[in-house]
Design a binder for this molecule. Structure first.
Ligand code: C2E
Ligand code: MG
Ligand code: MG
Length: 580
């Protein structure tokens, strides 16, 4: 309830007949009181206010009794006092806001002294319906703190709660809390594959599942896109925070059935324990974000508890960004080669070129660490061209030294950004001409997700490459969402079964069946199959039994630098595929 007395001067005297005419013409409830607070007249709109209808407003009724019947007790008492004060002349005006809960109606109640030619008529009471304004106000307040898609709280609200938790922890360090920051892995791919409507549906269902995973006192918010945050109000230590993260992973693991399609997603979670050392929400969110990125490196459904050492790795990443430019000029980027063998003949049929960075301070940095940095900093085109040129030169060099190597292919990995360059095919043609490699001996490795980014222009680039006679292979097959349709749409020559399927092949019959199905499907589409990550003789034997034609993996050879590759080939001179 909200009440206010103010000292306005009374209205100029008008005739009571004029006022009564006006009263009955008004659409809103208005009443007149005499100098003792008794009702003189009420218009027809008043009847709607009371279950007793117009009889509740009969002339002569004490308006204080009407208030007691109409309003909640607190306002009824204040209104009764207001009536007494205004009719006695101690106040000119009394206003209050109230709600008639029976009708879910919000009213603006006002008493105002009037001066008429009739000394008996003293006070005018009006009750204005402000329900719509009230709802609009509530709506605006709701929108300011909620995410429109999922109905969860938004970032602004979350930060407010986090601030409270920080302050509480400062005054009572025993009351620790935890922040979980989560991101749906490869959500962009869901949107690209199934469309934004399905992507939005997935976020809505995920939000519901998250609500079930969160505790009653926890605050759950969507920060935008596929990022959510949970404030675990009271987390005594890392075990409780870890349990909260596990609950989330458990809830989000079952596939989502959306528009008759089953979609599985994984999440990466960063966890920060809120201690009294933190003073600002931004610091906690920054650390949670760092921990979340660290989780991403584990390939999904993983949570990482933030440790201060992780700030160093963020710093290292920034350092890497700065260093990469010099590395490309100073020869720190080098290329390793991993042989690809034919399982039918046991011979080496080609190599995959794999980039390596020999960092002066950090030693050998694997491509999974620096390729994303190169992509973000736009250095990937320079890096990609360097690898491509080096690999082609290497193939020419090997062909000169080992006549049997003349028929071998060189596989080179290509990033999305490289592939999207308008003159990509032309650039490759130039490198092939300059290094003397026949187009048919170059095989570019692309991933499904990469083609999805701009399917129409990808088809054009693929055609241009095919016209030049260059081969294209789909890498990490089975890790995307739309494998089948893309196999038909793009003119691939072969597919590489992802390592995850190969290494789990020995575990269950079901996993073996997946590879069998991929091989059968590839055969029907006229594609060659290369199994990646073959580490054990058991894998090789199973793949041979499934009639998989090519393989690559530590069992045959790890990736080798140019020098070791030559030694390897010298020792296996008879195992090279003859020129085709
Ligand atoms: P990828 O194209 O799928 O390459 C195969 C990866 O599996 C390589 O990791 C290789 O060393 C590893 N590998 C091969 N056999 C085995 C095995 O038996 N067991 C296990 N556990 N691993 C095996 P690497 O060299 O770390 O490369 C990782 C990824 O980085 C590559 O995956 C590729 O996507 C990317 N990459 C590497 N070089 C380049 C490049 O020049 N350009 C671009 N755009 N990406 C590259
Ligand atoms: Mg590859
Ligand atoms: Mg691969």
């Amino acid at each position: 309830m909200n009440s206010d007395y103010s000292g306005c001067s009374p209205a100029r005297a008008v005739s009571s007949a004029t006022l009564l005419d006006l009263l009955h013409s008004l659409p809103e409830p208005v009443l007149f009181l005499d100098a003792s607070g008794l009702l003189i007249a009420a218009n027809a709109a008043c009847a709607d206010l009371s279950p007793r209808g117009a009889t509740a407003f009969s002339p002569g009724t004490d308006f204080r009794r009407v208030c007691a019947a109409l309003f909640p007790p607190a306002l009824a008492a204040a209104a009764a006092l207001g009536v007494t004060e205004v009719v006695s002349g101690r106040r000119n005006v009394f206003v209050a806001e109230t709600c008639i809960s029976r009708r879910e109606q919000h009213l603006w109640f006002s008493l105002r002294a009037v001066r008429t030619q009739d000394p008996g008529m003293h006070t005018v009471v009006s009750l204005t319906d402000i329900t719509r304004q009230k709802h609009l106000e509530e709506h605006l307040q709701h929108d300011a703190f909620h995410d429109t898609l999922t109905g969860l709280f938004n970032r602004a609200y979350f930060i407010g709660r986090l601030e409270r938790a920080i302050n509480r922890c400062k005054t009572d360090p025993a009351r620790q809390f935890a922040v979980l920051y989560l991101d749906i892995d490869r959500f962009k791919l869901v949107n690209k594959t199934f469309g934004h409507v399905t992507g939005d549906r997935l976020l809505m269902v995920a939000a519901n599942r998250l609500l079930k995973a969160a505790g009653e006192r926890d605050t759950l918010a969507r920060f935008g896109g596929d990022e959510f945050a949970v404030l675990v109000d009271e987390a005594a230590g890392p075990d409780e925070a870890a349990a909260a993260a596990e609950r989330i992973i458990f809830r989000l693991t079952p596939p989502f059935t959306l528009r008759k399609q089953q979609i599985s997603v994984t999440v990466s979670i960063g966890v920060v324990l809120g201690t009294s050392a933190y003073s600002h929400p931004d610091d906690i969110l920054r650390d949670a974000d760092t921990a979340m990125y660290s989780s991403k490196e584990h390939g999904g459904n993983h949570f990482t508890l933030f440790e201060s050492g992780m700030r160093v790795s963020t710093a290292r990443r920034m350092e890497m960004e700065l260093d990469l430019c010099t590395a490309l000029q100073s020869g720190e980027i080098t290329v390793y080669y991993q042989p690809i063998v034919s399982l039918l003949s046991g011979r080496i049929t080609g190599f995959e070129a794999l980039a390596r960075w020999r960092h002066p301070r950090y030693g050998m940095i694997p491509p999974l660490e620096f390729i994303p940095v190169a992509e973000e900093t736009n250095l990937i085109n320079v890096l990609g061209e360097l690898v491509l040129r080096r690999a082609c030169e290497q193939l020419t060099d090997l062909s000169k030294k080992f006549p049997d190597a003349a028929g071998m292919c060189m596989n080179v990995n290509i990033s999305a950004r490289q592939f999207r360059q308008p003159d990509f095919a032309e650039g490759i043609r130039r490198i092939l001409a300059e290094t003397g490699v026949a187009p048919g001996r170059l095989c570019l490795e692309v991933t499904e997700s990469m083609l999805l980014e701009d399917a129409a222009s990808s088809v054009t680039t693929m055609r241009a490459l095919k016209d030049l006679g260059i081969k294209v292979v789909i890498d990490d097959f089975g890790t995307g969402y739309s494998s089948l349709s893309y196999l038909q749409r793009f003119p691939f020559d072969s597919l590489k079964v992802d390592r995850s399927f190969v290494c789990s092949m020995t575990e269950t019959r079901q996993n073996r069946e997946i590879i069998r199905t991929i091989i059968a499907m590839a055969e029907n589409l006229g594609l060659k199959v290369v199994a990646e990550g073959v580490e054990m003789a058991e894998h090789r034997d199973m793949l041979m039994a499934l009639r998989c034609e090519f393989a690559q993996g530590f069992l045959f050879s790890e990736p080798l630098d140019a020098e070791r590759l030559e030694t390897f080939l010298e020792n296996r001179a008879g195992d090279m595929a003859p020129p085709s």
